[in-house]
Design a protein around this ligand. Structure first.
Ligand code: ZN
Ligand code: FE
Ligand code: FE
Ligand code: FE
Length: 171
């Protein structure tokens, strides 16, 4: 959909647009996670990324089911927000020379991704309810719970295991 063509006039069309946005985002995340698995050094963090990769695959198919329920073909629309979050994460990761600091940066980046997803799914679930697409709302609620759990897990890993081990000052 073009930036200047004003092709969205109904809430259903806006809903579809945001569904396409998160579909693009989940697919971008799917491509970014193997790199985060590769870069992470703490075993629990690598495991958390791996399990979220498996979840993300399921989330993509849930979105495909949602499109189907809406009578639409699954399609992505470029999401500059997720592109920015992931590009920024890769850029900073490339500049870090200490593995514990790198783990802390990866957690921060992953949480930014989770928070983006949480806001998108939250909106979609509210709109789906209001527009009478209750089956879609239910489906997306499963994903939202997974995103929230992933975020919580990352918070715990950051606080308890990783951030504290990273050197605070340059020696
Ligand atoms: Zn558009
Ligand atoms: Fe996701
Ligand atoms: Fe977006
Ligand atoms: Fe996620």
């Amino acid at each position: 959909m073009g930036l200047f063509s004003k092709d969205i006039t109904t809430m259903d069309e806006l809903f579809t647009h945001v569904l396409q946005d998160i579909y693009y985002a989940e697919n971008r995340i799917l491509k970014a996670l193997p790199d985060m698995i590769e870069r992470s050094t703490k075993r629990e963090l690598t495991a958390a990324f791996k399990s979220h990769l498996a979840e993300t695959e399921k989330q993509v198919s849930r979105l495909e089911q949602a499109f189907e329920l809406m009578g639409e073909k699954p399609k992505g629309t470029k999401c500059p927000a997720i592109d920015g979050i992931i590009d920024e994460a890769q850029e900073i990761a490339g500049e870090i020379g200490d593995k514990r600091v790198l783990d802390a940066a990866l957690i921060a980046a992953a949480q930014a991704v989770e928070h983006y997803e949480i806001t998108r799914y939250g909106t979609l679930i509210t709109w789906a309810g209001e527009l009478g697409h209750s089956a879609v709302a239910k489906l997306l609620s499963i994903t939202l719970s997974e995103e929230k759990a992933a975020d919580k897990k990352l918070s715990t890993l950051g606080k308890a295991k990783i951030n504290k081990r990273a050197p605070a000052l340059r020696k």
